[in-house]
Write a protein that binds this ligand. Structure first.
Ligand code: ADP
Length: 443
């Protein structure tokens, strides 16, 4: 043992103290030795000086070794204590070990070898215990810190949950307000449309050219506003899960054909050709024809709106016995890959500025997506900036009454449809261009 140890011997018998000193010196222990003859002096010394080890005689005047040991521990003095006992005190020694003594030695067996070994062991054990105590204390502190952090997190979570509830309530009120407003606005709007239609009838009297022009503008703007109001109303109903499909058996080719014909004048106004290919072995489907018409009208009006030259194509075909696909392609401005991800989000428009060139609510595609979700269908889009876009919708031939709108309102395209879209990406722009050229030649 190289380091210099501070050792205290507590024994009222001077001869015994001398024996300990002699034996330690003989063993070559480097030390600074102190000696006291009673417990009181021992406690006083140990309170102000730190020792590496105490040799304690059990039989002390005034207070015995056990009382002294208890007092030491009570005062948080954790020094290792080696008890020196008489031959007959073995039982007492065991009791003292239980009370916190590190080891014990019979005075009759004091030899340099044994004493040094016991001393080394006591110091090693004590140091190990100190380390364990330190680690335990650190663990306790970490634990307390974690408990505190946990409490803070729980409080934060409660706060967030509360905020969330408030946001949900605010959003519900907003949706309710929008639904009520658009519903209320539809009544006067229908009156405006109805009366302007009446005014245009010859029965109501002849109008001058200028008057007719003004009434037609009132009618057209009224229809446009009604369409916007319907979009907002549909969206709020879909959001609240209050929109029901009215499925029936109908001829899909007829619905597609009549919708395309209705849009023809719009395309013509912009000098765009509009072609259609219906390749259906069996055109009969079970779905809501009004909603299918709405979806197609929306896709076609977008295609016409965002195309300046070239044309629009509509293709209907069977993917399988139970699945049909309607594709609407255009040679318009196209959509960048970054914007493609956003266009199905409500109120999202690629150009969100107030001075944007193309009007709209940004609700058309989210409504289509939600309707298709209700139908158990799917929508995907391929587009290239400056080249054009193709929107494809896949529909089950027969919709199921059990199909519900997903809570997150999202749609994912399957692996197969992704592969198919890749193929389409190579094919559709050409298909669109060629179709457009062919149709223009046919005219
Ligand atoms: P809106 O047409 O009322 O703006 P939509 O939800 O129908 O809203 O479309 C969202 C956005 O997606 C549009 O604002 C436009 O930026 C983009 N988009 C949709 N269809 C096309 C298309 N055929 N070509 C280019 N961009 C399109």
């Amino acid at each position: 043992m190289e380091e210099k140890l501070r050792i205290l011997v507590v024994d009222d018998d001077e001869v015994d103290r001398m024996t300990v000193r002699r034996v330690l010196t003989k063993a070559g222990v480097k030390m600074e030795l102190s000696e006291v003859g009673d417990g009181k002096s021992a406690i006083a010394l140990l309170s102000e000086t730190s020792y590496d080890c105490v040799f304690l005689d059990y039989h002390l005047p005034a207070q015995d070794g056990l009382t002294l040991l208890q007092n030491l521990r009570l005062n948080n003095i954790t020094v290792p204590v080696i008890l020196l006992t008489g031959q007959e005190d073995e039982q007492i020694a065991v009791e003292l070990m239980k009370a916190g003594a590190t080891d014990y030695l019979s005075k009759s067996r004091l030899s340099s070898e044994i004493l040094v070994q016991v001393l080394r062991n006591a110091i090693r054990v004590h140091r190990a215990e100190m380390q364990v105590a330190l680690v335990n204390q650190q663990l306790r502190q970490t634990n307390e810190l974690l408990i505190h952090k946990n409490q803070q997190l729980e409080a934060q979570q409660q706060h967030i949950e509360l905020q969330n509830l408030r946001l949900i309530e605010a959003s519900r009120l907003k949706s309710q307000f929008i639904a009520t407003m658009s519903h209320e606005l539809r009544t006067p709007m229908n009156a405006i449309i109805g009366f302007s239609q009446l005014l245009l009838r010859p029965k109501c009297g002849e109008l001058t050219h200028q008057q007719r022009d003004m009434v037609e503008r009132i009618l057209n703007n009224g229809k446009h506003l009604l369409m916007l109001l319907n979009e907002v109303l549909d969206f709020s109903k879909l959001e609240a899960g209050r929109l029901d499909l009215k499925p029936q058996i109908f001829d899909l080719s007829k619905v597609v054909n009549s919708t395309v014909q209705e849009m023809r004048s719009l395309a013509k106004e912009k000098n765009l050709s509009l072609f259609m290919q219906i390749n259906l072995q069996n055109p009969v489907v079970f779905n809501d024809p009004t909603r299918i018409r709405q979806i197609l009208t929306n896709l076609l009006s977008n295609a016409i709106k965002f195309t300046e030259s070239g044309g629009i194509g509509v293709e209907v075909k069977e993917l399988s016995e139970n699945q049909v696909e309607i594709a609407v392609c255009d040679t318009g401005i196209g959509i960048s890959p970054a914007d493609l991800r956003k266009i199905f989000e409500a109120f999202r428009q690629v150009d969100q500025s107030l001075t944007r060139k193309y009007p709209g609510t940004g609700l058309g595609l989210p409504i289509i997506k939600a309707l298709l979700q209700m139908m158990g269908g799917n929508i995907s889009v391929e587009s290239r900036l400056g080249e054009g876009s193709v929107f494809q919708i896949q529909l089950p031939r027969q919709i199921s009454s059990s199909i519900q709108q997903g809570s997150d309102g999202t749609l994912s395209s399957s692996h197969t449809s992704a592969r198919k879209n890749f193929w389409k990406q190579q094919e559709i722009p050409r298909f669109a261009q060629e179709g457009v050229k062919r149709k223009s030649r046919d005219r």
